[in-house]
Design a protein around this ligand. Structure first.
Ligand code: GDP
Length: 440
């Protein structure tokens, strides 16, 4: 996420972060570099210029050059300004209605349908809500089918009416269906076109007027940079929407839309999409995003994600198994599943301070566990719970079945054994033992 921008800002601020003496000249030079980095990120000229002007004024106001750690203070000022530019505080969505109606708008391909599913899934699992999805794209039957597929994946009902060509009528009927059946959230997925046009705007505006949603969200592909910002403006003029959803941040190396959209339409970014899977949704926190852009990582989000996936009941069962030496490959597999649910690997690594920069050129496979999973799936249930029985011929069979080699199977076994030993040690009051061992 935003690797190019992070890189350039890091280079720009490098001089100040060092311990050399800081002068007015290198502060000015740094600000010029920061501005260039923002322009390269597809931030428009005026916003980039205003940004550096504000940073300069703040720096002067705080007498940066006379402070003890001028470099760090400068970085902090840049971070605060970046946070402010992206919206200051995080803003939630209005769920006060019964049902709360959420209207999705945006161009075709922006990720509306995917995000409708992600949001329904999020509200169901994290906020204990009972959502209904409503399919209002009357032009593309495939879009309705797609929403049904998404609904099926997350176990959320989808209301649709394929013969009906009136999206206002469908959305009203969807809301009535929700009221009659005890749904407290209605998410309405609407039709988009490839570019902004009058017919689309009239249609979404008519739906908006007819149903008066609690929350109107504008979905946009962050990779489209300045186009995203212009499209946001067009939709906001017609809908006066409540918030922006930035999708495909996982593929966005520049970050221009994320940085500028708030200041152009004066509406907060509420959520971000970071992948194609239903779990790839995050609340947008401007300050955490600024940390990530400046290569400071985002430990808070990382810990939160780990906590979300942490299931106490499962953990207790696992402890018992470890104590009884019964930790097997099925348990190993479920651990991997939990890690995977936290998000894609590169994204997770980016949350560790400093790691993003270190790993920027390393190609981390989105599915780093594929080989391991294939090997485990090729084992029989008996082998999984009892790895001790894996002899040469079994390993050969597993290698063949998983499309890997005996060496790879051996390597996994070795890792598995080390991990089992370590877990056992950690349990037997063994953090101390382990420290002793590490001390050698
Ligand atoms: P719609 O036409 O606005 O409903 O867009 P879709 O929901 O059909 O999404 C268009 C494409 O973008 C699909 O292939 C999605 O899988 C993909 N997509 C949506 N959100 C994200 C995201 O956050 N990250 C990535 N990498 N792909 C996404």
């Amino acid at each position: 996420m935003f690797n190019n921008l992070s890189d350039k800002l890091d280079k720009a601020l490098h001089v100040l972060k060092g311990h050399g003496s800081i002068t007015e000249v290198n502060v000015a030079e740094t600000l010029k570099e920061v501005r260039r980095a923002l322009l390269d990120a597809d931030v428009n000229f005026k916003i980039a210029k205003d940004f550096t002007t504000r940073v300069k004024e703040k720096a002067l106001g705080q007498n940066v050059l006379t402070t003890l750690q001028p470099g760090q203070l400068m970085v902090k000022i840049v971070k605060d300004e970046l946070t402010e530019l992206m919206g200051g505080d995080a803003e939630g969505i209005n769920l006060s209605g019964n049902p709360s109606v959420i209207l999705m708008s945006g161009l075709q391909g922006s990720g509306k349908t995917t995000f409708s599913g992600k949001l329904a899934n999020y509200l169901k699992n994290k906020k204990n809500k009972k959502p209904l999805l409503v399919a209002c794209d009357v032009y593309r039957p495939a879009a309705i089918d797609q929403l049904h597929v998404v609904g099926g994946q997350i176990g959320v009902e989808v209301y649709s009416d394929k013969g009906n060509s009136d999206p206002v009528a469908i959305s009203k009927a969807g809301i009535a269906h929700a009221k009659a059946n005890g749904y407290n959230i209605v998410i309405i997925d609407t039709a988009g076109r490839l570019a902004v046009d009058e017919a689309m705007m009239t249609e979404i505006s008519n739906i908006h007027k007819a149903i008066k949603p609690q929350e109107t969200l504008f979905v946009v592909d962050s990779m489209t940079g300045q186009d995203a910002v212009n499209t946001a403006k067009a939709f906001n003029d017609v809908l006066n929407f409540d918030g922006v959803i930035l999708t495909k941040l996982d593929g966005d190396t520049r970050g221009g839309a994320a940085i500028t959209i708030k200041s152009v339409v004066n509406k907060p970014i509420k959520f971000i999409g970071t992948g194609e899977k239903m779990e790839a949704i995050d609340v947008f926190y401007p300050s955490r995003m600024a940390d990530r852009i400046l290569g400071m990582g985002d430990v808070v989000s990382l810990v939160e994600r780990a906590q979300e996936q942490f299931d106490e009941e499962e953990a207790r069962k696992l402890q018992k198994k470890i104590a009884k030496n019964q930790f097997g490959f099925d348990d190993f597999l479920s651990q991997i599943q939990q890690i995977k649910k936290m998000g894609n690997m590169k994204d997770l690594m980016g949350m560790i301070p400093g790691a993003g920069k270190m790993l920027k050129d390393v190609d981390i496979d989105d599915d780093a566990f594929k080989g391991i999973e294939a090997i485990i799936y090729s084992m029989t249930p008996k082998e999984r719970s009892n790895p001790g029985i894996l002899n040469a011929s079994r390993k050969q069979r597993i290698g063949k079945g998983s499309g890997t080699s005996v060496q790879q199977v051996n390597q996994l076994l070795k890792q598995f054994n080390q991990m089992s030993k370590m877990m056992k040690m950690m349990q037997g009051g063994g953090a101390k033992k382990m420290m002793q061992m590490m001390k050698g």
